[in-house]
Design a protein. Structure first.
Length: 279
C-alpha cells in the first residue's frame, strides 16, 4: 500500500465530532486534539471523547494563558510516567551526567512495570499487592544481584512521580518490595565461588591476545581496570615516561593513581603505535 493511500484511509477512518460545537478535532494519531497558541495539544483517544473533553476543560485556562498545565494526578498512567521519567534521564545522558548503560537499566525496569501493570494502569491505583506480583515476576527472571538493581530502578521511577508533583502522595510499595538482603547476596556469592583468573589462565590469555587486547589485560591486572575503564581511558591520563596512570573512575569521579609495570608501559606503547588515525 502506498503512503498516499495509507494517509487517505487513515483520514477516512477519523471519527466525526460528537456534536458541531465540540472544541476538539480528531487527529490522525488517534487522539482528540486542539491547537492552542500555535501548538498542538492532545487530550485523549478517539474512543473516549467525553474524557478528552473533560481533560481539555480542566487544562484550557492554563493552556490559553500560555502556562504549562499541571497533569491531573489521578489520571497519570504507567505509560505517561515511564515516558516522562525516561525523557528526564535521557537529558542527563545527553549532558554527560548519566551513562547510557544506566539509562538502559531504567528502560528495562520501566518495561517490567509495563509488563506487570499495563500501560493504561493508573499510578494511583497501584498497591503493595501489585508490587509483590512485580517482584515475583522479576525474581523468576534474574539472580539476586540483577534483581536488587531492578528493584532500586523501579523505586526511583515511582519516587520521581511524587517528587515531580505528578501524584499527590508517595506510592506505597509494601514491606515485600525490597531488595534481597545482604545475607542472601553473600550466600549467593559464596555458592557461585570467586570469579578470579588463575595465573595460568592469564598467561594463556596473554599468549593468545593481540596487541590492543594484551594492553587491556595488563591494565586489568595491573590497575584493576575494567572494560569501560580501558574503553574511555584518554592518553592524557597516562604518563608512559614516568610510568603512572592518573584516571578517576568514570562513573563516580573518585580519583585513582596507579604505577604501571614495565610490561604494561611496553604493551601500551605497542598498541598506540598500531592505533589507526582518527577520521
Amino acid at each position: 500500500m502506498s503512503t498516499t493511500n495509507s494517509t487517505k484511509n487513515s483520514a477516512q477512518s477519523k471519527p466525526p465530532k460528537p456534536y458541531p460545537e465540540f472544541p476538539l478535532f480528531a487527529h490522525a494519531a488517534g487522539v482528540w486534539a486542539k491547537k492552542i497558541r500555535g501548538k498542538l495539544h492532545y487530550f485523549g483517544p478517539w474512543h473516549d471523547p467525553d474524557g478528552a473533553l473533560e481533560r481539555y476543560l480542566e487544562q484550557k485556562e492554563d493552556l490559553h494563558a500560555g502556562r504549562k498545565s499541571r497533569e491531573i494526578t489521578d489520571r497519570l498512567t504507567i505509560r505517561d510516567l515511564a515516558n516522562r521519567f525516561l525523557n528526564l534521564k535521557q537529558t542527563l545522558v545527553d549532558g554527560g551526567e548519566l551513562s547510557p548503560r544506566t539509562w538502559t537499566d531504567y528502560k528495562n525496569a520501566c518495561d517490567e512495570v509495563v509488563s506487570a501493570f499495563s500501560t493504561s494502569r493508573l499510578v494511583t491505583d497501584l498497591d503493595p499487592e501489585d508490587f509483590g506480583v512485580l517482584r515475583n515476576q522479576m525474581s523468576k527472571k534474574w539472580g539476586v544481584h540483577r534483581l536488587s538493581k531492578m528493584i532500586q530502578c523501579v523505586r526511583s521511577l515511582f519516587k520521581y512521580a511524587f517528587e515531580a508533583a505528578l501524584v499527590d502522595h508517595p506510592v506505597r510499595f509494601g514491606p515485600g518490595f525490597k531488595r534481597p538482603s545482604k545475607k542472601t547476596i553473600r550466600l549467593d556469592r559464596a555458592q557461585k565461588g570467586p570469579k578470579l583468573f588463575s595465573v595460568e589462565e592469564i598467561r594463556l590469555l596473554m599468549d593468545a591476545a593481540g596487541t590492543p587486547l594484551k594492553a587491556m589485560i595488563l591494565l586489568g591486572i595491573n590497575c584493576g581496570f575494567g572494560n569501560a575503564d580501558c574503553g574511555k581511558l584518554p592518553q592524557s591520563s597516562v604518563d608512559l615516561d614516568s610510568g603512572w596512570v592518573d584516571y578517576p573512575r568514570p562513573k563516580t569521579g573518585i580519583p585513582r593513581r596507579c604505577p604501571l609495570w614495565a610490561e604494561t608501559v611496553q604493551a601500551i606503547r605497542e598498541s598506540l603505535a598500531k592505533r589507526p588515525e582518527a577520521k
